[in-house]
Design a protein. Structure first.
Length: 149
């Protein structure tokens, strides 16, 4: 059963990775390229980036392209990518999501999605924390990461 499990896990990972390519494929299609061509372009591009990240564990392990930038000085290509995603993109994405959910989406839509009636205590707590508490906390986290506190 172990072999079957890992085969199915590989299949699930492969289909999920194809779904992650879809936004790039759709963007290229909007620019007028055929779906077949855009699938090849995005697939080869993702493979090339993955290969470079893989090589940063052996052949490119000593290559530190951003050694002149403090927090990235001792990081190889994979370390740089990991740092940018984990310490820059995720917190900024969380802040934008909190601001969007708290301020841009209609209260009725949010109430329906989180399954709390509009005037209920649960909805009021959720709305207050999403509008005010979460953005402040996320901003503090971003500030602490930038200044290394």
């Amino acid at each position: 059963f172990g072999v079957l499990f890992f085969l199915l896990l590989t299949f699930a990972a492969f289909t999920s990775s194809l779904a992650m390519l879809e936004p790039a494929i759709a963007w290229f299609e909007d620019k007028g390229l055929s779906r077949r061509r855009t699938s090849w372009i995005t697939g080869i591009g993702a493979w090339a980036v993955g290969l470079i990240m893989l090589l940063s564990f052996n052949v490119l392990s000593d290559f530190k392209p951003l050694s002149f930038i403090g927090p990235l000085a001792d990081k190889n290509l994979f370390g740089i990518m990991d740092f940018i995603v984990a310490n820059v993109m995720l917190p900024i994405n969380a802040l934008m999501l909190a601001l969007f959910m708290g301020w841009a989406i209609e209260r009725k839509t949010v109430s329906h999605q989180i399954d709390y009636p509009l005037g209920s205590a649960g909805f009021m707590i959720w709305q207050f924390s999403t509008k005010y508490i979460a953005p402040v906390c996320i901003t503090v986290v971003i500030y602490m990461m930038i200044f290394g506190l």
